[in-house]
Design a protein around this ligand. Sequence first.
Ligand code: MTE
Length: 419
Amino acid sequence: MSNSSAPRTLPIARRALVAAAATSFAGAARAATPDPAIVNLPDWSQSLGDGVQAHPYGVPSPFEKNVVRRDVEWLTAGQQSSVNFTPLHALDGTITPNGLCFERHHGGVAAVDPDRHRLMIHGMVAKPVVLTMQDLKRLPRINRIYFLECAANSGMEWRGAQLNGVQFTHGMIHNVQYTGVSLRTVLEAIGIDPRAKWVMAEGADAAGLNRSIPLAKMMDDCMLAFAMNGEALRPEQGYPLRLVVPGWQGNMWVKWLRRLKIGDAPWETREETSKYTDLMPDGRARRSTFVMDAKSVITSPSPQTETAPKGRMVISGIAWSGRGAVSRVDVSLDGGRNWQAARLDGTADPLSLTRFYADIDWNGQELLLQSRAQDSSGYVQPSKADLRKIRGVNSIYHNNGIQTWLLRADGQCENVEVS
Ligand code: MTE
Protein backbone atom coordinates (compact mmCIF):
# COMPACT_ATOMS: atom_id res chain seq x y z
CA MET A 1 0.00 0.00 0.00
CA SER A 2 1.48 3.37 -0.95
CA ASN A 3 1.57 6.47 1.24
CA SER A 4 1.20 4.72 4.56
CA SER A 5 1.93 7.59 7.00
CA ALA A 6 -0.25 7.22 10.08
CA PRO A 7 -3.59 9.03 9.96
CA ARG A 8 -4.40 11.32 12.87
CA THR A 9 -7.30 12.96 14.64
CA LEU A 10 -7.37 16.76 14.58
CA PRO A 11 -9.46 19.50 16.12
CA ILE A 12 -11.33 21.53 13.52
CA ALA A 13 -8.83 23.92 11.96
CA ARG A 14 -9.20 27.67 11.70
CA ARG A 15 -11.46 28.89 8.96
CA ALA A 16 -9.78 28.39 5.64
CA LEU A 17 -9.46 31.49 3.53
CA VAL A 18 -10.05 30.20 0.08
CA ALA A 19 -11.61 32.26 -2.67
CA ALA A 20 -13.62 30.74 -5.50
CA ALA A 21 -11.41 30.58 -8.56
CA ALA A 22 -12.01 32.85 -11.53
CA THR A 23 -11.51 31.20 -14.90
CA SER A 24 -7.97 32.02 -16.03
CA PHE A 25 -4.75 30.20 -16.87
CA ALA A 26 -2.68 32.33 -14.47
CA GLY A 27 -1.63 29.31 -12.39
CA ALA A 28 -0.33 27.53 -15.49
CA ALA A 29 1.93 30.34 -16.85
CA ARG A 30 5.41 29.07 -17.87
CA ALA A 31 8.77 30.84 -17.64
CA ALA A 32 9.79 32.90 -20.69
CA THR A 33 12.94 30.73 -21.25
CA PRO A 34 12.62 28.18 -24.09
CA ASP A 35 10.83 25.06 -22.90
CA PRO A 36 12.89 21.90 -23.80
CA ALA A 37 9.59 20.02 -24.10
CA ILE A 38 8.83 22.22 -27.09
CA VAL A 39 12.24 22.96 -28.66
CA ASN A 40 13.63 19.36 -28.50
CA LEU A 41 11.80 16.91 -30.73
CA PRO A 42 10.83 13.97 -28.44
CA ASP A 43 11.64 10.30 -29.29
CA TRP A 44 8.04 9.49 -30.15
CA SER A 45 8.04 12.05 -32.94
CA GLN A 46 11.25 10.70 -34.57
CA SER A 47 10.33 7.11 -35.44
CA LEU A 48 7.26 5.10 -36.27
CA GLY A 49 5.21 3.78 -33.40
CA ASP A 50 3.66 0.32 -32.85
CA GLY A 51 1.53 -1.15 -35.61
CA VAL A 52 -2.18 -1.71 -35.29
CA GLN A 53 -1.92 -5.28 -33.97
CA ALA A 54 0.67 -4.60 -31.25
CA HIS A 55 -2.17 -4.92 -28.73
CA PRO A 56 -5.14 -6.84 -30.13
CA TYR A 57 -6.81 -6.08 -26.81
CA GLY A 58 -5.86 -2.53 -25.79
CA VAL A 59 -3.90 -1.76 -22.63
CA PRO A 60 -3.30 1.55 -20.81
CA SER A 61 -0.20 3.68 -21.43
CA PRO A 62 2.87 2.42 -19.51
CA PHE A 63 2.85 5.83 -17.81
CA GLU A 64 -0.38 4.76 -16.10
CA LYS A 65 1.05 1.50 -14.76
CA ASN A 66 0.35 2.45 -11.15
CA VAL A 67 -3.36 2.81 -11.78
CA VAL A 68 -4.31 -0.70 -10.67
CA ARG A 69 -6.53 -2.54 -8.24
CA ARG A 70 -4.66 -3.04 -4.97
CA ASP A 71 -5.28 -5.18 -1.91
CA VAL A 72 -4.36 -4.71 1.73
CA GLU A 73 -2.36 -7.81 2.62
CA TRP A 74 -3.16 -8.00 6.32
CA LEU A 75 -6.93 -7.66 5.77
CA THR A 76 -7.60 -11.29 4.79
CA ALA A 77 -5.89 -14.61 5.45
CA GLY A 78 -5.51 -15.52 1.77
CA GLN A 79 -6.19 -14.34 -1.77
CA GLN A 80 -9.26 -16.47 -2.59
CA SER A 81 -11.61 -15.14 0.06
CA SER A 82 -10.44 -11.58 -0.25
CA VAL A 83 -10.92 -8.17 -1.77
CA ASN A 84 -9.02 -5.64 -3.84
CA PHE A 85 -9.96 -2.00 -4.35
CA THR A 86 -10.87 0.31 -7.24
CA PRO A 87 -8.22 3.07 -7.68
CA LEU A 88 -10.75 5.88 -7.20
CA HIS A 89 -8.01 8.51 -6.72
CA ALA A 90 -6.89 8.04 -10.33
CA LEU A 91 -10.31 7.91 -12.03
CA ASP A 92 -12.59 10.65 -13.27
CA GLY A 93 -16.05 10.75 -14.80
CA THR A 94 -18.43 8.10 -13.52
CA ILE A 95 -17.87 4.83 -15.42
CA THR A 96 -15.40 2.36 -13.92
CA PRO A 97 -13.21 0.68 -16.57
CA ASN A 98 -13.74 -3.09 -16.54
CA GLY A 99 -10.16 -3.93 -15.59
CA LEU A 100 -10.28 -1.62 -12.56
CA CYS A 101 -13.55 -2.79 -10.96
CA PHE A 102 -12.79 -3.96 -7.42
CA GLU A 103 -13.16 -7.69 -6.80
CA ARG A 104 -14.71 -9.41 -3.81
CA HIS A 105 -14.80 -13.18 -3.82
CA HIS A 106 -15.55 -15.70 -1.10
CA GLY A 107 -14.12 -18.69 -2.99
CA GLY A 108 -11.91 -17.27 -5.74
CA VAL A 109 -12.83 -16.49 -9.36
CA ALA A 110 -14.84 -19.33 -10.93
CA ALA A 111 -13.59 -20.16 -14.47
CA VAL A 112 -16.97 -20.86 -16.07
CA ASP A 113 -17.44 -22.25 -19.59
CA PRO A 114 -20.50 -20.37 -20.92
CA ASP A 115 -21.60 -23.33 -23.05
CA ARG A 116 -21.82 -25.53 -19.96
CA HIS A 117 -23.36 -22.89 -17.72
CA ARG A 118 -27.06 -23.16 -16.79
CA LEU A 119 -29.52 -21.02 -14.85
CA MET A 120 -32.20 -23.04 -13.05
CA ILE A 121 -35.37 -21.29 -11.87
CA HIS A 122 -37.56 -23.42 -9.59
CA GLY A 123 -39.57 -23.49 -6.35
CA MET A 124 -42.95 -21.73 -6.28
CA VAL A 125 -43.24 -21.47 -10.07
CA ALA A 126 -45.78 -22.83 -12.55
CA LYS A 127 -43.06 -24.83 -14.31
CA PRO A 128 -39.36 -25.02 -13.36
CA VAL A 129 -36.95 -24.10 -16.16
CA VAL A 130 -33.28 -24.50 -16.97
CA LEU A 131 -31.92 -21.76 -19.24
CA THR A 132 -28.72 -21.72 -21.28
CA MET A 133 -26.81 -18.52 -22.04
CA GLN A 134 -28.18 -18.76 -25.56
CA ASP A 135 -31.75 -18.88 -24.21
CA LEU A 136 -31.11 -15.71 -22.19
CA LYS A 137 -29.60 -13.89 -25.16
CA ARG A 138 -32.79 -14.45 -27.16
CA LEU A 139 -34.88 -12.43 -24.68
CA PRO A 140 -35.54 -8.67 -25.00
CA ARG A 141 -32.47 -6.73 -23.82
CA ILE A 142 -31.87 -3.59 -21.74
CA ASN A 143 -28.81 -1.47 -20.80
CA ARG A 144 -28.58 0.24 -17.40
CA ILE A 145 -25.81 2.02 -15.46
CA TYR A 146 -25.65 1.18 -11.74
CA PHE A 147 -23.17 1.47 -8.89
CA LEU A 148 -22.31 -1.63 -6.87
CA GLU A 149 -21.03 -0.91 -3.36
CA CYS A 150 -19.95 -3.67 -1.00
CA ALA A 151 -21.68 -3.31 2.38
CA ALA A 152 -18.18 -3.48 3.94
CA ASN A 153 -16.92 -0.42 2.03
CA SER A 154 -15.29 1.96 4.59
CA GLY A 155 -15.72 -0.84 7.14
CA MET A 156 -12.20 -0.40 8.53
CA GLU A 157 -12.92 3.21 9.46
CA TRP A 158 -15.56 2.63 12.17
CA ARG A 159 -13.06 3.04 15.01
CA GLY A 160 -11.17 5.98 13.53
CA ALA A 161 -9.13 7.00 10.48
CA GLN A 162 -7.14 3.96 9.45
CA LEU A 163 -6.32 3.42 5.77
CA ASN A 164 -4.46 6.23 4.07
CA GLY A 165 -6.00 6.38 0.61
CA VAL A 166 -9.46 6.71 -0.94
CA GLN A 167 -8.74 3.52 -2.89
CA PHE A 168 -8.68 1.65 0.44
CA THR A 169 -11.29 3.61 2.42
CA HIS A 170 -13.93 3.81 -0.36
CA GLY A 171 -12.71 1.60 -3.23
CA MET A 172 -15.23 -1.24 -2.80
CA ILE A 173 -17.44 0.42 -5.38
CA HIS A 174 -17.75 0.37 -9.15
CA ASN A 175 -20.18 1.90 -11.64
CA VAL A 176 -20.81 0.01 -14.82
CA GLN A 177 -23.25 -0.14 -17.72
CA TYR A 178 -24.89 -3.59 -17.66
CA THR A 179 -26.47 -5.33 -20.63
CA GLY A 180 -28.93 -8.10 -19.98
CA VAL A 181 -32.51 -9.06 -19.40
CA SER A 182 -34.98 -7.64 -16.91
CA LEU A 183 -35.79 -10.33 -14.34
CA ARG A 184 -39.45 -9.36 -14.49
CA THR A 185 -39.52 -10.47 -18.15
CA VAL A 186 -38.19 -13.91 -17.21
CA LEU A 187 -40.26 -14.44 -14.05
CA GLU A 188 -43.52 -13.35 -15.70
CA ALA A 189 -42.88 -15.74 -18.58
CA ILE A 190 -42.32 -18.63 -16.15
CA GLY A 191 -45.35 -17.87 -13.96
CA ILE A 192 -44.84 -17.26 -10.23
CA ASP A 193 -47.14 -18.65 -7.49
CA PRO A 194 -49.08 -15.62 -6.15
CA ARG A 195 -48.10 -16.62 -2.56
CA ALA A 196 -44.37 -16.30 -3.36
CA LYS A 197 -42.46 -13.48 -1.63
CA TRP A 198 -38.74 -14.29 -1.79
CA VAL A 199 -36.12 -15.50 -4.22
CA MET A 200 -32.89 -17.26 -3.32
CA ALA A 201 -30.05 -16.48 -5.75
CA GLU A 202 -27.05 -18.81 -5.81
CA GLY A 203 -23.65 -18.67 -7.52
CA ALA A 204 -21.73 -21.46 -9.30
CA ASP A 205 -18.41 -20.62 -7.59
CA ALA A 206 -16.77 -22.83 -4.97
CA ALA A 207 -18.38 -20.63 -2.28
CA GLY A 208 -21.85 -21.30 -3.75
CA LEU A 209 -22.71 -17.87 -2.36
CA ASN A 210 -26.46 -17.50 -1.83
CA ARG A 211 -28.80 -14.74 -0.69
CA SER A 212 -32.55 -14.29 -0.14
CA ILE A 213 -33.93 -11.30 -2.03
CA PRO A 214 -37.53 -10.01 -1.83
CA LEU A 215 -39.52 -10.95 -4.93
CA ALA A 216 -40.84 -7.36 -5.11
CA LYS A 217 -37.28 -6.08 -5.64
CA MET A 218 -36.58 -8.75 -8.25
CA MET A 219 -39.73 -7.74 -10.16
CA ASP A 220 -38.98 -4.01 -9.77
CA ASP A 221 -35.53 -3.45 -11.33
CA CYS A 222 -33.22 -6.49 -11.02
CA MET A 223 -31.39 -7.76 -14.10
CA LEU A 224 -29.70 -10.88 -15.38
CA ALA A 225 -26.57 -9.29 -16.86
CA PHE A 226 -24.15 -10.88 -19.30
CA ALA A 227 -22.20 -7.79 -20.39
CA MET A 228 -20.54 -4.81 -18.71
CA ASN A 229 -19.47 -1.61 -20.42
CA GLY A 230 -20.26 -3.14 -23.81
CA GLU A 231 -18.27 -6.39 -23.56
CA ALA A 232 -18.86 -9.75 -21.90
CA LEU A 233 -18.67 -9.70 -18.10
CA ARG A 234 -15.15 -10.16 -16.78
CA PRO A 235 -14.54 -13.49 -14.97
CA GLU A 236 -13.93 -11.50 -11.77
CA GLN A 237 -17.37 -9.90 -12.11
CA GLY A 238 -19.27 -13.18 -12.62
CA TYR A 239 -18.79 -14.27 -16.26
CA PRO A 240 -20.99 -15.38 -17.90
CA LEU A 241 -24.00 -14.30 -15.77
CA ARG A 242 -24.51 -11.99 -12.81
CA LEU A 243 -27.50 -10.81 -10.87
CA VAL A 244 -27.81 -7.00 -10.76
CA VAL A 245 -29.65 -5.64 -7.69
CA PRO A 246 -29.64 -1.83 -8.17
CA GLY A 247 -28.95 0.31 -5.09
CA TRP A 248 -28.67 -2.71 -2.76
CA GLN A 249 -25.56 -4.06 -1.04
CA GLY A 250 -23.01 -5.72 -3.31
CA ASN A 251 -23.20 -9.10 -1.56
CA MET A 252 -26.67 -9.65 -3.09
CA TRP A 253 -25.35 -9.20 -6.64
CA VAL A 254 -24.66 -12.92 -7.04
CA LYS A 255 -21.92 -13.69 -9.59
CA TRP A 256 -21.70 -16.80 -11.78
CA LEU A 257 -25.48 -17.04 -11.17
CA ARG A 258 -26.72 -20.63 -11.51
CA ARG A 259 -29.97 -20.83 -9.53
CA LEU A 260 -33.02 -18.81 -8.52
CA LYS A 261 -35.36 -20.53 -6.09
CA ILE A 262 -38.76 -18.91 -5.54
CA GLY A 263 -40.26 -19.22 -2.05
CA ASP A 264 -42.48 -17.55 0.55
CA ALA A 265 -39.84 -16.77 3.24
CA PRO A 266 -36.14 -15.89 3.41
CA TRP A 267 -33.74 -18.85 3.71
CA GLU A 268 -31.63 -17.34 6.55
CA THR A 269 -28.37 -18.18 4.79
CA ARG A 270 -24.94 -17.46 6.26
CA GLU A 271 -24.64 -14.29 4.20
CA GLU A 272 -27.78 -12.76 5.75
CA THR A 273 -27.35 -13.88 9.38
CA SER A 274 -23.79 -14.22 10.67
CA LYS A 275 -22.52 -11.89 7.89
CA TYR A 276 -23.92 -8.70 6.34
CA THR A 277 -25.89 -7.78 9.48
CA ASP A 278 -25.06 -4.67 11.53
CA LEU A 279 -23.84 -5.30 15.08
CA MET A 280 -25.39 -2.54 17.20
CA PRO A 281 -23.96 -1.06 20.46
CA ASP A 282 -26.22 -3.33 22.61
CA GLY A 283 -24.77 -6.44 20.94
CA ARG A 284 -27.87 -7.20 18.86
CA ALA A 285 -27.52 -7.54 15.09
CA ARG A 286 -29.70 -5.44 12.78
CA ARG A 287 -30.83 -7.43 9.75
CA SER A 288 -32.08 -6.73 6.24
CA THR A 289 -30.25 -3.42 5.73
CA PHE A 290 -30.21 -4.03 2.01
CA VAL A 291 -30.24 -0.46 0.63
CA MET A 292 -26.99 1.51 0.46
CA ASP A 293 -27.59 4.98 1.92
CA ALA A 294 -26.34 8.20 0.33
CA LYS A 295 -22.58 8.66 0.51
CA SER A 296 -19.86 10.72 -1.14
CA VAL A 297 -16.10 11.16 -1.01
CA ILE A 298 -13.52 13.53 -2.44
CA THR A 299 -11.28 11.47 -4.72
CA SER A 300 -8.87 14.28 -5.61
CA PRO A 301 -7.01 15.67 -3.81
CA SER A 302 -6.70 12.65 -1.51
CA PRO A 303 -3.76 10.79 0.10
CA GLN A 304 -2.69 8.91 -3.05
CA THR A 305 -2.88 11.84 -5.48
CA GLU A 306 0.15 13.88 -6.57
CA THR A 307 1.35 16.75 -4.39
CA ALA A 308 -1.10 19.61 -4.93
CA PRO A 309 0.43 22.91 -6.08
CA LYS A 310 -0.84 26.25 -4.76
CA GLY A 311 -3.27 28.16 -6.94
CA ARG A 312 -6.02 26.76 -9.10
CA MET A 313 -7.36 23.42 -7.85
CA VAL A 314 -10.13 21.14 -9.06
CA ILE A 315 -11.67 19.33 -6.11
CA SER A 316 -13.29 16.22 -7.57
CA GLY A 317 -15.37 13.47 -6.07
CA ILE A 318 -18.16 10.94 -6.39
CA ALA A 319 -21.58 10.65 -4.75
CA TRP A 320 -24.24 7.96 -4.86
CA SER A 321 -27.42 6.73 -3.20
CA GLY A 322 -29.33 3.45 -3.22
CA ARG A 323 -32.56 5.35 -2.59
CA GLY A 324 -32.61 7.41 -5.78
CA ALA A 325 -30.60 10.17 -7.41
CA VAL A 326 -28.00 12.44 -5.82
CA SER A 327 -29.73 15.83 -5.58
CA ARG A 328 -26.94 17.90 -4.01
CA VAL A 329 -23.36 17.66 -2.78
CA ASP A 330 -21.78 20.22 -0.47
CA VAL A 331 -18.06 20.60 0.07
CA SER A 332 -16.36 21.91 3.21
CA LEU A 333 -12.78 23.19 3.39
CA ASP A 334 -12.75 23.57 7.17
CA GLY A 335 -13.85 20.22 8.56
CA GLY A 336 -17.60 20.81 8.33
CA ARG A 337 -17.97 24.32 9.81
CA ASN A 338 -18.82 25.96 6.50
CA TRP A 339 -20.24 24.34 3.40
CA GLN A 340 -20.52 25.39 -0.23
CA ALA A 341 -22.52 23.69 -2.99
CA ALA A 342 -20.43 21.60 -5.36
CA ARG A 343 -21.20 21.46 -9.09
CA LEU A 344 -22.90 18.19 -10.08
CA ASP A 345 -21.66 17.12 -13.48
CA GLY A 346 -23.98 15.39 -15.95
CA THR A 347 -27.45 14.09 -15.30
CA ALA A 348 -27.09 12.62 -11.76
CA ASP A 349 -28.90 9.39 -12.69
CA PRO A 350 -30.58 7.35 -9.95
CA LEU A 351 -28.65 4.42 -8.42
CA SER A 352 -25.56 5.42 -10.33
CA LEU A 353 -22.40 7.40 -9.48
CA THR A 354 -22.57 11.17 -9.82
CA ARG A 355 -19.37 13.18 -10.33
CA PHE A 356 -19.05 16.49 -8.49
CA TYR A 357 -16.51 19.30 -8.72
CA ALA A 358 -15.58 22.38 -6.69
CA ASP A 359 -13.10 24.75 -8.35
CA ILE A 360 -11.04 26.76 -5.86
CA ASP A 361 -7.89 28.84 -5.55
CA TRP A 362 -5.73 27.32 -2.82
CA ASN A 363 -3.46 29.69 -0.92
CA GLY A 364 -1.37 26.91 0.68
CA GLN A 365 -3.17 27.01 4.01
CA GLU A 366 -4.11 23.64 5.64
CA LEU A 367 -7.59 22.50 4.65
CA LEU A 368 -9.89 19.88 6.13
CA LEU A 369 -11.70 18.66 3.03
CA GLN A 370 -15.11 17.01 3.31
CA SER A 371 -18.06 16.26 1.04
CA ARG A 372 -21.69 15.65 2.05
CA ALA A 373 -24.28 14.12 -0.28
CA GLN A 374 -28.04 14.54 -0.25
CA ASP A 375 -30.41 12.34 -2.27
CA SER A 376 -33.81 12.66 -3.92
CA SER A 377 -35.51 11.22 -0.79
CA GLY A 378 -34.17 14.20 1.23
CA TYR A 379 -31.69 12.04 3.19
CA VAL A 380 -28.41 13.79 4.06
CA GLN A 381 -25.13 11.89 4.54
CA PRO A 382 -24.29 11.94 8.28
CA SER A 383 -21.06 12.89 10.02
CA LYS A 384 -19.10 9.96 11.45
CA ALA A 385 -19.87 11.25 14.97
CA ASP A 386 -23.64 11.26 14.31
CA LEU A 387 -23.48 7.80 12.76
CA ARG A 388 -21.61 6.41 15.77
CA LYS A 389 -24.20 7.89 18.18
CA ILE A 390 -26.68 5.35 16.76
CA ARG A 391 -24.52 2.56 15.42
CA GLY A 392 -21.66 2.56 17.95
CA VAL A 393 -18.34 1.12 16.72
CA ASN A 394 -19.09 -2.63 16.63
CA SER A 395 -20.11 -2.52 12.98
CA ILE A 396 -18.29 -3.53 9.84
CA TYR A 397 -21.01 -2.76 7.33
CA HIS A 398 -22.85 0.34 6.08
CA ASN A 399 -20.43 3.08 7.08
CA ASN A 400 -21.55 6.10 5.05
CA GLY A 401 -20.10 8.76 7.37
CA ILE A 402 -18.49 11.94 6.01
CA GLN A 403 -14.79 11.44 5.16
CA THR A 404 -12.16 14.06 6.02
CA TRP A 405 -8.85 14.58 4.21
CA LEU A 406 -6.30 16.95 5.73
CA LEU A 407 -4.62 18.85 2.90
CA ARG A 408 -1.31 19.89 4.43
CA ALA A 409 0.65 23.00 3.50
CA ASP A 410 3.12 20.74 1.62
CA GLY A 411 0.33 19.74 -0.77
CA GLN A 412 -0.08 16.16 0.52
CA CYS A 413 -3.26 14.68 2.00
CA GLU A 414 -3.83 12.53 5.06
CA ASN A 415 -6.82 10.51 6.31
CA VAL A 416 -7.98 12.23 9.53
CA GLU A 417 -11.07 12.68 11.65
CA VAL A 418 -12.34 15.94 13.10
CA SER A 419 -13.62 15.99 16.68
N1 MTE B 1 -21.21 -13.88 -5.88
C1 MTE B 1 -20.61 -15.08 -5.75
N2 MTE B 1 -21.12 -16.13 -6.43
N3 MTE B 1 -19.53 -15.25 -4.97
C2 MTE B 1 -18.99 -14.20 -4.25
O1 MTE B 1 -17.99 -14.39 -3.56
N4 MTE B 1 -19.22 -11.83 -3.62
C3 MTE B 1 -20.26 -10.85 -3.34
C4 MTE B 1 -20.99 -10.45 -4.62
N5 MTE B 1 -21.37 -11.62 -5.37
C5 MTE B 1 -19.63 -12.94 -4.35
C6 MTE B 1 -20.74 -12.80 -5.21
C7 MTE B 1 -19.79 -9.63 -2.70
S1 MTE B 1 -19.51 -9.75 -1.03
C8 MTE B 1 -19.69 -8.45 -3.35
S2 MTE B 1 -19.34 -7.03 -2.54
C9 MTE B 1 -19.84 -8.36 -4.80
O2 MTE B 1 -20.15 -9.62 -5.40
C10 MTE B 1 -18.55 -7.85 -5.41
O3 MTE B 1 -18.69 -7.70 -6.79
P1 MTE B 1 -17.39 -7.48 -7.71
O4 MTE B 1 -16.43 -8.58 -7.43
O5 MTE B 1 -17.89 -7.36 -9.09
O6 MTE B 1 -16.80 -6.16 -7.24
